[in-house]
Structure formats: structure tokens, C-alpha cells
Design a binder for this molecule. Structure first.
Ligand SMILES: [Cu+2]
Length: 326
């Protein structure tokens, strides 16, 4: 059992009874003995359904009208590990939106949670004070924006403490295609985020968030899920992978083991475009996004990771299963 000690709360001159004991090391400890602990070697239970990583097709219309409902739900985030997440529409990441430059979005946000929540869409430029305001439970608002620029844009709850609301599940992605984006054989979306686990079935441990001590770093909300439900491709197909770093705190270095990217796009600009030069990793800070493209040279399993290695070893890991071309 770790002690919970806040050094910031210590009085200027502690009385003898309040002096740290010799066993104390003077560091702030976070978490507690009853926190949920992921087993990164465990297998999800039969019937496990991975978060669909496929980019949804572009809708035909240019006005995207939808309702996002804030729901506080218990969900597994790793084999045998459940947390009470705060979500948009019951999942973390929330629904993936896909549009073109110039499309209009009209999002009705309904707060069916037990505390105040909100949403902030980076895909739209506007004064946030109105549409991003915190909604009391039971309230709703309409958030309108026009997607004026291409990229993969984060959306997230902006109620305080924002770090805890994002870490507890309140984030998602809006993909706005760059004009003239070439067709590819497969498009996937991976959103990286961190988990700071509270007790089983409980919400995020905000002290761990403050201390930047994640228990797991995951793609699309669940540790190592695509090791168990690999992403598919065939030899020679062109595969595009959109990546968003939802954070709240850690950067990613997205890499496909055995693969090389000939196209890389980050934060609205191409770093490489069907180039003879190659990229081995896409570096993204929290709230940054982009995509990479590659073709797989032969059949086999190709792991994908955050090449921030400690994160690859705590959940930011998956597989491409590549089969022979037809
Ligand atoms: Cu929230």
C-alpha cells in the first residue's frame, strides 16, 4: 500500500508529530493499493469487440448534423480492467467524424452525466466561450462550426480539470480530408491516449494525472486491443493510417515495425509525399494529428507502436496482419 502524501499541503513549520517519518522519501506518491492494474499479457475475454479503427466513409451531404450524448458508463479499458468512463455516446474515443474542407457541422451536445461536461472542437475556429461552456446535467446546446482547414482534429471536454475529463474518456477525432487526397486501399484511424486508473469500476485517478504517472497508454481506448484483433491489409495495398494524440499529457512516435512510410502528413502539411525518402515514425504532441501511408512488402504480422518504448510496453501496441495479394 502506497501512502498518499501531498508535499504541497505541508505547513511551513511542521510540528514534531507532523514531521515525515524516516521511512518517507520526500516524494509525492500517487495511486493506492486498490487501483485497477492492467496485465499487458492478458487476453480479452471471448466475444471482445475491438473499437472499429476504420475511417468511416465521407457522407454525401455537406452539413453534418448529429447528437453527441455525454454518458458516464463502466467500460473495460484492458483485459479484466473496468473503469467508470465519461464518454461521448458511450465510448472512448467518441464517434469519429469525417468531412471535407468547407463542410458545416451542427452538433447537439446533451449532458446525460452526473456532473458538468462540455465539448471543444478543434476542427472549427470560433470564440469558445459560448459553445464550449460547461453544461449542467440534463442540459444541452448546439455547437456549430465550419471545417475551414484539413487535418485530423481533436475534440474533447473542456470542463475543469480538463486533464481528468480527457483522461477519463472525453475525446474524439474529426478527420477533414485535404483537397485532392488520393484514394487508398484502406484507411484506419488510431487515437492515442493515456489511462490513469482509479479503483476497479471507479473513475480516473486525478492525482496520477497531475503526477503524469499513467498506468497505460492505448490506441482507441483499450490496451493492446489490435494485438488480439489485428488490422488487416494485403501485400501491395496502400494503407493510410490517421493518428491523433489525444493525450492528455504524452506525445507519441507512431511507428510500424518492418514498415516504411513514403507519405507523411502532420498538422496540415505534407512532410513526405509519395517520396523516395522515407519516414520511420510520425511524431505528435498532445492534440496534434496527421497520417502516414505505406505498402507492406510481404505477408506477415507487422506490429505498430508508439516508439516511446515505455508506452509501447504499457498498451500502445497492435498488429497489422498482412496476407498475400489476391
Ligand atoms: Cu467532461
Amino acid at each position: 500500500m502506497l501512502l498518499r502524501i501531498s508535499v504541497n499541503d505541508a505547513p511551513e513549520k511542521a510540528s514534531p508529530a507532523e514531521q515525515p517519518s524516516p521511512a518517507d522519501d520526500g516524494h509525492t506518491h500517487v495511486g493506492s493499493g486498490n487501483a485497477a492494474r492492467p496485465d499487458f499479457m492478458a487476453t480479452p475475454e471471448p466475444g471482445f469487440e475491438a473499437h472499429d479503427p476504420t475511417l468511416p466513409p465521407l457522407p454525401s451531404g455537406r452539413l453534418h448534423r448529429l447528437t453527441l450524448t455525454v454518458q458516464e458508463v463502466e467500460r473495460q479499458v484492458a483485459p479484466g480492467v473496468s473503469q467508470r468512463l465519461w464518454t461521448y455516446d458511450g465510448r472512448a474515443p467518441g464517434p469519429m467524424l469525417h468531412g471535407r474542407v468547407g463542410d458545416r457541422f451542427e452538433i447537439t451536445l446533451v449532458n446525460n452525466g452526473s456532473i458538468g461536461h462540455s465539448v471543444d472542437f478543434h476542427a472549427g475556429a470560433l470564440a469558445p466561450s459560448g459553445p464550449s461552456r460547461t453544461l449542467d446535467p440534463g442540459d444541452s446546446l448546439v455547437y456549430r462550426f465550419t471545417a475551414t482547414r484539413a487535418g485530423i482534429w481533436m475534440y474533447h471536454c473542456s470542463s475543469m480539470p480538463m486533464s481528468a475529463h480527457i483522461a477519463n474518456g472525453m475525446f474524439g477525432a474529426v478527420v477533414i480530408d485535404p483537397p485532392g487526397l488520393p484514394r487508398v486501399d484502406r484507411s484506419y484511424v488510431l487515437v492515442q491516449s493515456e489511462l490513469y486508473l482509479g479503483a476497479p469500476g471507479d473513475t480516473v485517478d486525478a492525482d496520477k494525472v497531475d503526477a503524469e504517472r499513467p498506468d497505460a497508454v492505448v490506441f482507441n481506448g483499450y490496451a493492446n486491443q489490435y494485438d488480439h484483433r489485428p488490422l488487416r491489409a494485403r501485400v501491395g495495398e496502400r494503407v493510410r493510417i490517421w493518428v491523433l494524440d489525444a493525450g492528455p499529457n504524452r506525445a507519441t512516435s507512431f511507428h510500424v515495425v518492418g514498415g516504411q512510410f513514403d507519405t507523411a502528413y502532420a498538422e496540415g502539411a505534407y512532410l513526405l509525399r509519395r517520396s523516395d525518402g522515407g519516414a520511420q515514425a510520425l511524431a505528435l504532441q498532445p492534440a496534434q494529428g496527421g497520417f502516414v501511408e505505406l505498402t507492406f512488402p510481404e505477408a506477415g504480422d507487422y506490429p505498430f507502436v508508439s516508439h516511446v518504448m515505455v508506452d509501447a510496453e504499457r498498451g500502445a501496441h497492435g498488429l497489422f496482419r498482412v496476407t498475400r495479394s489476391r
